[in-house]
Design a protein around this ligand. Structure first.
Ligand code: BTN
Length: 246
């Protein structure tokens, strides 16, 4: 059985929209379409946060995917593939990054890219995913409320053409997505683990209802559960059940 590869289909460049993730919900967009916004007026982040990005300085875009081959229980694999594609892209420009679970991209201890994946499920499979990516490219000054931001410019001292960076991302994502569609889960899992931020490094975490704890990240399960060793025992956490203290 052959599965749909990712090939960039239509590229829509909008001068302005509220959020490319919201725009991408329109049924006119189908598998392989990309919506790039020069300016988002209501950019959205994880956990109901705002995504701030200076118009024209960064890449803010969403991809529409129909990963019908992927069981809903394996949706985290797609999140891993997207995060790895961003890390691959940044590596091609000389920026070394780590993936802060579940899918923030960090250069050192600073966030350079945020990812917001939204899935539609049908009969236990993923019928449609909107993968929203906010990659800080040329911005050097950020609002005070943005925690630990950095950008490609701040990391390298160079400016970049955002459209070139987008093309590079597409190339990297084609490879990662095809590998996922062909069942290459192990490679994706291994690469994700090898780039995991603070793996095997003692750190502090905040756990809702339990407060601050010391622990060490040991693994991420295929389901996306973060496995943290706390007081000699392994504990599993889902998204929103634990937060790093940086
Ligand atoms: C995060 O909080 O880290 C996720 C940020 C995701 C931002 C991107 S920018 C393009 C797309 N459109 C949005 O409104 N959000 C995502």
């Amino acid at each position: 059985m052959s599965y749909p590869e990712f090939r960039l289909n239509m590229k829509y460049i909008l001068d302005e929209c509220a959020s490319t993730n919201l725009e991408a919900r329109d049924a006119k967009y189908t598998h392989g379409d990309a919506i790039i916004a020069i300016r988002q007026t209501e950019g959205r982040g994880q956990r109901g946060t705002k995504w701030d990005s200076r118009p024209g300085e960064n890449l803010t875009f969403s991809l529409v995917l129909e990963p019908v081959f992927l069981p809903a229980a394996q949706q985290f694999m797609l999140s891993e593939a997207v995060a790895l594609s961003v890390a691959d892209t940044l590596s091609a420009y000389g920026v070394d990054t780590r993936i802060k679970w579940p899918n923030d991209i960090y250069a050192g201890d600073r966030k350079i890219c945020g990812i917001l994946l939204e899935h539609d499920l049908l009969d236990g499979r993923i019928s449609r995913t909107i993968a929203g990516i906010g990659l800080n490219v040329n911005q050097t000054v950020f609002p005070e409320w943005v925690p630990n931001p950095t950008s490609m410019m701040l990391e390298t001292g160079n400016t970049f053409d955002i459209h070139d960076v987008f093309e590079m991302f597409c190339e990297m994502f084609c490879a990662r997505y095809s590998s996922l569609a062909e069942g290459g889960l192990e490679r994706i899992e291994e690469d994700f683990r090898s780039l995991l931020y603070r793996l095997d490094t003692p750190a502090r975490f905040s756990i809702p209802g339990r407060g601050e704890v010391a622990g060490t990240i040991r693994a991420v399960e295929p389901s996306g559960r973060l496995m943290v060793e706390i007081g000699g025992e392994m504990h599993g956490f889902l998204f929103k059940e634990i937060e790093y203290i940086l």
